[in-house]
Design a protein around this ligand. Structure first.
Ligand code: NAG
Ligand code: NAG
Ligand code: NAG
Ligand code: NAG
Ligand code: NAG
Ligand code: NAG
Ligand code: NAG
Ligand code: NAG
Ligand code: NAG
Length: 338
């Protein structure tokens, strides 16, 4: 864009807003040969919004281990100590291939890291998951044993530690990941993203190091509401220590858990916002949802996600994947023009 070049040349590049893309934790099951309602809705939204980039986090079993049960697919090699052969679960193979066929979808593998507590989860066991994700390449699907592409193009490190004492562990893990994925050969799209989820701001002294190892960092994961939902529908509940989301209350960090933006404003373009349980009250409807999405795009963050349910309800209104995709596309156009 011409105006960007002119601004950059006049030293005002920071005035140009980056786009805010979609960071979607798709933890719902993929369904079988026909796809689940959640994966279908996701695929439809990705198709309907070709200007948006969708990072899609895949999480079969709190990570890639044992992605199938014997009997599903019928021909799983029973595991070594921990793994059922990847690609053996034809439900995942069939539907991952549908995602990989979309030019604006980037599949990302889930890994949990227990906030750097190595007694809880060792570096070696996390490396096993990284190595396993890197092996996902071709697999047979339900479609008459067609060979399909189930490759993964990034990693989501969940439960990321937030203090400087975590630096060496996460540096070791992320350099290992970049090495292992580089060995799988360059993909035509050349995509590999490391996304870290501390869910809140890291401490100020750790921030530059954490952001340097990652492509994106979730600095704010929270709920829309703190009001408990109808007891018959606990999925609407915000469980945990969350302050309800309002983009107007996002400010540059100082390591404050509730701040949401990094301490260093230069890092906003790597920060990610995730808001779940977008339900009443306060009013959750198209208008309030769009207001919050537009305000979030104006913050200049890397990517974001809003959902009316927990991690596995992509069709629940108002913040279904279709509506959220459309609203982010519209908000990016409103902020950046065009
Ligand atoms: C998902 O979409 C496929 C067609 O692409 C359709 O056959 C299937 O019934 C859909 N699944 C659900 C749960 O609606
Ligand atoms: C995977 O399955 C094996 C064999 O049943 C089991 O020993 C192992 O604990 C499982 N691992 C996970 C992560 O579920
Ligand atoms: C491991 O971490 C999980 C999640 O943070 C926690 O619920 C569990 O109690 C921890 N286990 C141990 C043995 O520390
Ligand atoms: C995967 O499939 C591609 C395209 O058909 C093929 O070029 C490649 O050799 C296959 N890789 C493996 C490990 O089978
Ligand atoms: C990593 O960060 C967590 C807080 O997120 C902290 O409790 C833990 O002590 C840190 N680990 C080390 C080794 O300093
Ligand atoms: C599999 O799909 C991904 C995403 O479209 C692509 O980058 C990769 O090159 C494909 N791999 C093969 C073997 O076609
Ligand atoms: C999310 O909500 C669905 C539907 O109520 C429920 O079945 C599922 O267990 C919930 N998952 C989590 C992780 O809370
Ligand atoms: C963090 O931010 C909240 C909300 O603005 C404020 O009330 C609190 O005093 C701040 N805490 C620190 C340690 O700065
Ligand atoms: C909310 O917005 C979506 C997407 O534009 C639209 O399909 C839907 O009809 C709207 N819902 C209401 C109640 O206006």
């Amino acid at each position: 864009m011409k105006s960007n070049i002119i601004l950059a040349l006049t030293g005002l590049a920071t005035a140009v807003m980056a786009r805010t893309e979609i960071m979607l934790p798709l933890y719902a099951g993929p369904g079988g040969i026909f796809g689940s309602a959640e994966w279908n809705a996701t695929i439809d939204a990705i198709r309907a919004n070709p200007d948006m980039h969708f990072y899609v986090v895949i999480n079969p079993n709190n990570g890639p281990k044992n992605t199938s049960t014997p009997g599903n697919g019928g021909s799983c090699n029973l595991p070594g100590p921990d793994y059922i052969e990847h690609g053996c679960n034809k439900d995942y193979s069939t539907n991952l291939a549908r995602l990989n066929a979309l030019p604006n979808a980037q599949t990302v593998g889930y890994i949990y890291t227990r906030y750097g507590d190595q007694n809880n989860r060792s570096i070696d066991s996390i490396k096993e998951d990284i190595a396993e994700w890197a092996l996902w390449d071709n697999a047979t699907t339900w479609n008459f044993n067609e060979i399909a592409n189930i490759s993964i193009h990034g990693l989501w490190f969940d439960e990321t530690g937030t203090t400087i004492g975590n630096r060496s562990e996460y540096e070791e893990l992320t350099s290992y990941a970049r090495e292992v994925f580089a060995n799988t050969g360059p993909s035509p799209r050349n995509q590999f993203s490391i996304i870290m989820n501390p869910g809140s701001n890291p401490q100020t002294d750790y921030e530059p190091f954490l952001f340097a190892m990652a492509d994106a960092v979730i600095t704010r994961e929270t709920c829309w509401t703190s009001v408990p939902s109808d007891p018959s529908d606990p999925s609407g509940d915000c469980i945990g220590d969350y302050t309800p989301y309002d983009y107007r209350e996002m400010y540059q960090g100082l390591g404050n858990r509730t701040a949401g933006l990094p301490n260093d404003p230069e890092l906003n373009s790597k920060a990610v916002v995730i808001v779940h349980q977008v339900v009443d009250p306060p009013e959750a409807n198209n208008q309030t949802l769009y207001e919050q999405i537009l305000g979030t795009v104006r913050l200049g963050v890397h990517s974001a996600w809003f959902t009316s349910g927990n991690w596995s309800q992509e069709t629940r209104l108002p913040a279904s994947v279709g509506v959220v995709g459309e609203f982010f596309s519209r908000a990016n156009r409103e902020v950046n023009g065009g």
